[in-house]
Design a protein around this ligand. Structure first.
Ligand SMILES: Cc1cc2nc3c(=O)[nH]c(=O)nc-3n(C[C@H](O)[C@H](O)[C@H](O)COP(=O)(O)O)c2cc1C
Length: 457
């Protein structure tokens, strides 16, 4: 029934008006033969708009066109066909935040397998202070086969061979069902893993069978008892799923370290309630800190428990570095107990989120390069670096970003917003409103139909 609403949605207005005007001009041309020629011409023009709108709705390449038929062509017209207009009216290649236009464009092009080369020379002023470059060798080696570029995480029969680039944690709920489906389909096709985010494993994570890393946050969603604590039996049952390759405990994320989160009762649908194991009609809270442990030793014991309950799958934790002495205390606890996580993921302050208070987003937590090199060196210092793999996330969208982060000590990289771009995100920055124009982060059934396109990837 809600399809009846479609013609009256503001975003479909141009299409609806074109249909009405086309019909009107046809009728008038019959009624007023004197003006028939002109009216017929107008009806043909309107029919062309209708055809364009229907094509936009049916095509599977651009989410924005599906959601904004006809009108969205203005964006492409100004951005792509007439770049000089964009330069004056909109952003330049190096403009736009948090990701400048050229960083987004390269992801779009590669995701669509479009031409991704550039002509003429760098647009950077290479004598600027912030300019960064890599040293090359005078004896470059041939590129290694893609299969050889993997990292082994964990020990024993359940050890996991991970890609050097993977999809960082983003929950179903923060992202739409179709975004989750297409990310997981990409993970399957590309042989990399897809982190579930703290919202639990949804049916959309399972449809295409891409490798999963199950993230458990302070809400323990998917393995949660009635009191909001950790349910070991539920965890063991769920973690036995062979699609789940590793288990990850989330301590914090760079965009809002120490904050936690709330999914308001109104958003706790029957589906979300079943996936997360939370009651409907109540706010679904991820507290700022964990209830299952409160000391570094407690943290390590919990990670070891997750490993044991999952049948020996690699287990680790994710955090944004804050007080450095706290990380050192965890290192000390590792030495004291002999318990080491299989991996640690360092998330940078510059990392993304679905929603966070501005103060947290802008000023709390250590940027990736500082946090990563600190953690890497701390683990070397205590003699444990060879036992623990390090993943890293924070605005990684290109091979240059990866090379930089790997050189600073990471064993692999995760990207969140880069993969959002790959499934159609245009950095509209409305993830927190539910009104994402491409549907990537929206749960609105009408907007979400735009990201059906991603199933075609
Ligand atoms: C929409 C969105 C939802 C996210 N949800 C989670 C989450 O559930 N758990 C988590 O650990 N990090 C979450 N993150 C953080 C990302 O996993 C990642 O650590 C961070 O965005 C840095 O990567 P990026 O710069 O490539 O986006 C989320 C990020 C975004 C953009």
């Amino acid at each position: 029934m809600q399809f009846l609403r479609y013609p009256f949605e503001p975003r479909y207005m141009l299409l609806t008006m074109s249909v009405m005007l086309c019909a009107l001009f046809v009728v008038l041309s019959q009624a007023w033969p004197y003006y028939a020629e002109g009216l017929e011409l107008l009806s043909v023009i309107m029919a062309a708009f209708v055809a364009l709108g229907v094509h936009d709705l049916l095509q599977t390449r651009h989410a924005i066109l599906r959601n904004y038929p006809i009108i969205a062509h203005m964006r492409f017209l100004l951005e792509d066909i007439r770049p000089e207009l964009r330069q004056y009216f909109f952003e330049g290649d190096k403009d736009g935040a948090p990701f400048p236009r050229d960083k987004r464009a390269i992801v779009y092009q590669r995701a669509k397998k479009d031409l991704d080369k550039r002509p003429f020379g760098t647009m950077y002023d290479v004598y600027q202070e912030q300019y960064e470059w890599l040293h090359h060798s005078i004896a470059p080696r041939p590129a290694a086969p893609i299969d050889a570029m993997r990292v082994n995480i964990g020990l024993g029969p359940q050890a996991y061979s991970a890609s050097l680039l993977n999809i960082s944690a983003m929950s179903y709920g923060a992202l739409s069902a179709n975004a989750i489906r297409s990310l997981n389909r990409g993970a399957k096709a590309g042989g990399f893993f897809h982190d579930t985010g703290e919202g639990g494993v949804s049916p959309y994570h399972r449809e295409f069978g891409g490798d999963l890393v199950w993230e458990l946050g302070s809400g323990y969603f998917g393995a949660r008892n009635m009191a909001g604590g950790f349910d070991a039996t539920l965890f063991a049952e769920a973690a036995a799923d062979p699609q789940i390759k590793m288990v990850e405990l989330k301590l914090s994320q760079g965009a809002k370290p120490g904050h936690g989160g709330v999914l308001p009762a109104a958003k706790v649908t029957a589906e979300i309630s079943a996936i997360r194991g939370v009651p409907m009609g109540q706010d679904c809270v991820s507290p700022a800190s964990h209830s299952e442990f409160s000391t570094p030793i407690g943290l390590l014991e919990f990670v070891a428990r997750m490993r044991e309950l999952s049948g020996g799958k690699p287990a680790g934790f994710k955090l944004c570095i804050g007080h450095t002495w706290e990380f050192m205390a965890i290192c000390k606890a590792m030495l004291e107990t002999g318990i080491t996580p299989d991996f640690i993921v360092i998330d940078g302050k510059e990392g993304g989120t679905g929603a966070a208070p501005l103060e947290f987003m802008d000023h709390v937590g250590m940027p990736l390069r500082d946090g990563l090199s600190f953690a890497h060196n701390a683990l070397i210092g205590v003699g444990l670096r060879d036992k623990i793999k390090i993943g890293a996330s924070g605005k990684i969208t290109s091979a240059f970003d990866m090379a930089t982060i790997l050189a600073l000590g990471a064993d692999w990289c995760n990207a969140a917003r880069g993969f959002m771009f790959a499934v159609g995100c245009i950095q509209a920055q409305s993830c927190h409103t539910g009104l994402c124009p491409t549907g990537v982060t929206s749960q609105d059934p009408i907007i979400r139909q735009g990201d059906l396109v991603r199933r075609a990837i």
